[in-house]
Design a protein around this ligand. Structure first.
Ligand SMILES: [Zn+2]
Length: 180
């Protein structure tokens, strides 16, 4: 068996890794004796496997982070849902006229169609009802008329139907002459 001496570090190629020029040695050996190079370093497999396991670790750690994030998000949403309540605001328009704004109806679930509900209220109370955005940019149903109690009754039934334990809060705003 012939000993191959490395042109870079002058050691037998098996000892290149103990020298300080391994990188250069490998380049030289690969160029001059690919077969021995393959035997010694078996580079392809090594690089591939080390790369893929590194990548795998990366992926699994970012996956774990994502999963954790998603879990926390769901927990938060659940917590929010528990704390959330439907707000029925009784808002005076004049001394004797009120309108009702129902806020936070999204807690009823994603299948809640506010427009449909507004239409339902309109025909139920024979008055105007529409969906509009409030100051917090949230959708609310505004009903013309002093129907807060009736709305609450309806919503309580709906909550019972859906098996949701949500609070409904009543707020009566004071009459001011300021225009909103
Ligand atoms: Zn060498």
């Amino acid at each position: 068996m012939t000993v191959i001496y490395c042109d870079v570090c002058t050691l037998p190629v098996e000892f290149c890794e103990f020298g300080k020029t391994l990188k250069k040695c490998k380049v030289w050996l690969e160029e001059n004796d690919p077969e021995t190079f393959q035997k010694l370093y078996n580079t392809d497999d090594q690089i591939k496997s080390s790369l893929s396991s590194e990548r795998e670790a990366q992926i699994s750690s970012s996956l774990a982070k994502m999963q954790l994030k998603e879990e926390r998000k769901q927990e938060r949403e659940l917590e929010n849902l528990k704390n959330s309540k439907i707000l029925i605001k009784r808002i005076p328009r004049t001394k004797h006229k009120h309108i009702c704004a129902i806020v936070n109806l999204e807690v009823l679930g994603p299948d809640t169609d506010l427009k449909k509900m507004a239409k339902f209220f309109a025909s139920k109370f024979a008055t105007g009802a529409s969906v509009s955005k409030n100051a917090e940019k949230k959708d609310e149903i505004v009903i013309q008329g002093d129907v807060a109690n009736e709305v609450e009754e309806y919503l309580n039934n709906l909550l019972a139907e859906k098996g949701l334990e949500l609070k409904i809060e009543h707020v009566t705003e004071r009459f001011t002459n300021k225009k909103k």
